[in-house]
Design a protein around this ligand. Structure first.
Ligand code: PRP
Length: 211
């Protein structure tokens, strides 16, 4: 294990915000903002290396040690339960996991509830706590279509502004859990690179703003 700190950033708008927090915390690597197709950026003086990865893959890179730390949504952590340490709530990427359906929907508890979602484990856990029989319909995107086309009764999905639901005539019925971006660490890296990781956590804490 070298002394570099390898950071998996979620590619996209959230990742840009995350990188800005790292930069302001003193862990800059200006080329990271380049609008190129390059995926890895290093600052040898600071010993820090950033990779852009698909947001839902950050936890895998960190769990397996390809990255020492990273930033992942709480949704992904709840869904995949990776063996990582969750170090800090960055209080960005704030949204919620919710149940939504057509406004005409009325739950008939004598019937199995058809739930369309990308988050099968979160949905299963939520409904099993209510002893509710469900049938999971696993989709990879555009989940909002499912109740409209009669593929499911409800959806379990992320709601941020609520625009996608509104524009598709769906309403949120229940909030399952609030979601935000979390700084996570590989368990071995946390032990062997603990001093540097602690310095990063301290620097980022200074950047966390109350939502
Ligand atoms: C997420 C989610 C909703 C949308 C909610 O989709 O699945 O569709 O954002 O945001 P809103 O409440 O602000 O409208 P995402 O953009 O991640 O794409 P996806 O279709 O791949 O899930």
């Amino acid at each position: 294990m070298d002394n570099w700190i390898n950071v998996a950033l979620p590619k996209g708008r959230l990742g840009e915000k995350v990188y800005d927090m790292f930069e302001r915390a003193g862990f800059d690597c200006p080329a990271t903002h380049d609008n190129s197709r390059k995926l890895i950026f290093e600052n040898a003086d600071k010993g820090i290396r950033y990779f852009w990865v698909k947001p839902s893959d950050v936890a895998i890179y960190v769990e397996r040690g390809a990255a020492d730390i990273g930033v992942a949504g709480k949704d992904i952590l709840l869904e995949y339960q990776p063996e990582i340490y969750e170090l800090l709530d960055l209080k960005i990427g704030i949204c919620r996991m919710a149940v939504a359906a057509k406004s005409s929907f009325r739950d008939d508890r004598s019937k199995t509830l058809r739930v369309a979602t990308k988050f099968a484990n979160i949905a299963r856990k939520y409904y099993s706590a209510q002893c509710r029989d469900i049938d999971i319909i696993h989709l990879n995107g555009s989940i909002e279509l499912a109740p409209i086309l009669g593929l499911s009764d409800v959806i379990v999905d992320i709601v941020e502004t609520g625009t996608t639901l509104r524009e598709n005539d769906l309403v949120p019925f229940e909030t399952i859990t609030p979601i935000s971006a979390r700084l996570i660490a590989n368990q071995v890296s946390y032990k062997f690179k603990g001093v540097t990781i602690a310095a990063i956590v301290a620097g980022l804490k200074g950047q966390v703003k109350a939502p």
